[in-house]
Design a protein around this ligand. Structure first.
Ligand SMILES: Cc1cc2nc3c(=O)[nH]c(=O)nc-3n(C[C@H](O)[C@H](O)[C@H](O)COP(=O)(O)O)c2cc1C
Length: 535
């Protein structure tokens, strides 16, 4: 089978349907639960300062270009970048169990994403390739070399096993969602320091693996492999910025002095999911032409942000972000809040996080509106780009209303398809999860599947990244508005398409999300993310 058909076949077999879930263990195999923290034995570890508390930047200011003076890049500020993107946000405790949460969310809290830094010419920091250990808020030095560029790169990889342990074959999708969330988390954290993130879209997977040492098989002997995903340049606006030459950088890193042996995350694997390795190979990204800078210039008027934001600092909001586990089933949100959330998902060139996204938008939202003041309950469509409307109209069944919404700002392409109580439908479609119906609204993310894949099989992963990035926007914006969100990876794929009358694979629902008034489980005790470190 060629790579494209292999990706298509994976997508079909990893679908959930009524009465048929994608293959998985079907139970929690606690005995082989993966260690959530990767470490490299023998790599020198250097602790980073915990300084995010001192960052007084307001969340609202992240979207006001020029408002935040770029922080000087040094060890302390790089520490803040990592603390607010991939660092621990809290520990939860119940009975004898204690588990860590992180600023970046993850399906099942399993955290397949690993973060790496390539450092050169940064005050108080050594040069080389480093692995970030979120548990210790520390860097492990993997490679000692003199990078032929000045500045900071952040690379992300995925340990598919962490998700596959619980979710089996569907896990590859969740790892990609998590990468999108992680990119969003990185972009918001960088914005809080007045920095920008440039996704280096030209880099191929082999280039990233070579630079980060992920292809050093001996270093991963007996340990779970890491698949390369993406690489970003962090721009401070200071003179050190400049995009590195791929071959020169990779070649110099290869010739560096490497140390560290990856830890084994599960002492044994009782289940094997070869299809994940197959789709990983099929969706391998080659080196491509670099695209112009990210985001689209939409020339729209941005709604003023809610005065509720008040003095909310970015670091408090980012660290307080949580997934709702239960919604109260009564809270409604103002229509204005919904519009602001939708607007925040637009791919704008001058706003985080989509200013870090160079590719054209291929994901649009189908909303199940349950409790939004001033909007009748029903199924709605939000197009994130102008050209999606006509193709989506063609792809969906006839007979939808396509009504515009009274009071909705003109630049938001929100259409009501049907007036209906969609609560039960949303619950049923989300693998019977009540969070999809007890919220104010839930949504499915419709990806332009075949058109995306026509660019190359690796775009399969990018579609999920885009969904994760939208998810991260919704998480933070919901939290900022006093509500809460939750990602929904478990949904019945084709039944969602059937509801919309989508008959082929031109469009596919790739991720779901829900937002509303959360109920907090008072039985859980909460501890600060780094209470265990005494600095
Ligand atoms: C890609 C993705 C899929 C998720 N799917 C579900 C889901 O189907 N049901 C659910 O209750 N929570 C889901 N979650 C929420 C996670 O369980 C949650 O992010 C994780 O437990 C960490 O908690 P936190 O978000 O509060 O840090 C999902 C999260 C992500 C990022």
């Amino acid at each position: 089978m060629d790579a494209l058909n292999s990706v298509r076949a994976y997508h079909q077999r990893s679908k959930h349907g009524f009465g048929r879930y994608a293959a998985s263990p079907g139970f929690m195999d606690w005995e082989t639960q993966p260690n959530p923290f990767r470490r490299f034995a023998d790599a020198t570890q250097s602790p980073l300062p915990l300084a995010a508390d001192k960052l007084a930047v307001l969340y609202a200011d992240l979207f006001d270009p020029g408002k935040i003076t770029p922080t000087l890049m040094d060890k302390a500020s790089v520490g803040i970048l990592l603390e607010l993107s991939f660092g621990l946000s809290a520990w939860k405790q119940y009975g004898g169990d204690r588990w860590a949460l992180r600023c970046n969310p993850s399906s099942g809290n399993l955290h397949p994403t690993e973060a790496y830094l390539v450092v050169s010419g940064i005050a108080e920091m050594e040069e080389g390739v480093f692995h970030y250990v979120s548990h210790d808020h520390a860097l492990e030095r993997r490679c000692q070399f003199n990078p032929p560029f000045q500045g900071l790169l952040v690379g992300l990889s995925s340990i598919h096993w962490r998700e596959a342990w619980k979710y089996g074959e569907r896990a590859f999708r969740y790892c990609q969602h998590d990468i999108g969330h992680a990119l969003g988390a990185l972009r918001y954290a960088a914005a809080a320091l007045g920095w920008r993130v440039r996704l280096l879209d030209a880099w191929g997977d082999d280039d990233i693996a070579g630079l980060l040492g992920l292809n050093r098989q001996a270093d991963f002997a007996g340990a779970e492999a890491e698949a390369p995903d993406l690489l970003c340049l962090i721009e401070t606006g200071h003179a050190v910025d400049g995009e590195p030459d791929i071959d020169r950088l990779v070649d110099t890193a290869r010739a560096g002095i490497w140390t560290g042996q990856a830890n084994t995350l599960s002492h044994t694997h009782n289940f094997d999911w070869p299809v994940i390795d197959e789709v990983c190979t099929a969706a391998h990204k080659p080196r491509t032409e670099a695209l112009p800078d990210g985001g689209i210039q939409a020339g729209i008027v941005v709604e003023p942000r809610s005065p509720m934001l008040g003095e909310l600092t970015a670091s408090a909001l980012i660290r307080n972000r949580r997934s709702a586990q239960t919604f109260d089933g009564v809270t409604s949100i103002p229509a204005k809040t919904l519009y602001r959330l939708l607007e925040a998902t637009l791919p704008l060139a001058n706003k985080p996080p989509f200013d870090a996204w160079n590719w054209p938008p291929r994901v649009h939202l189908v909303l199940f509106i349950h409790r939004v003041d001033g909007l009748p309950p029903g199924v709605y469509l939000f197009c994130r780009s102008a050209d999606a409307e006509s193709t989506l109209r063609e792809a969906m069944k006839e007979g939808f209303d396509w009504e515009t919404c009274e009071g909705c700002p003109g630049h938001l392409r929100l259409f009501r398809l049907i007036r209906a109580d969609a609560r039960q439908a949303a619950i049923t479609l989300s693998c019977q999860q009540a969070i999809a119906g007890d919220s104010a609204f839930s949504l499915g993310m419709l990806g332009e599947f075949e058109a995306g894949l026509a660019e190359g099989p690796w775009v399969y992963r990018r579609l999920f990244w885009e969904c994760g990035l939208i998810g991260q926007v919704l998480y933070l914006e919901a939290e900022a508005a006093g509500f809460r969100g939750t990602g929904i990876g478990c949904f019945f794929d084709n039944p969602v398409h059937e509801l919309l009358g989508i008959e082929d694979t031109a469009w596919q629902s790739l991720y779901h999300f829900t937002v509303g008034g959360a109920l907090v489980d008072g039985r859980l005790q909460s501890l600060p993310g780094y209470w265990h470190l005494e600095r």
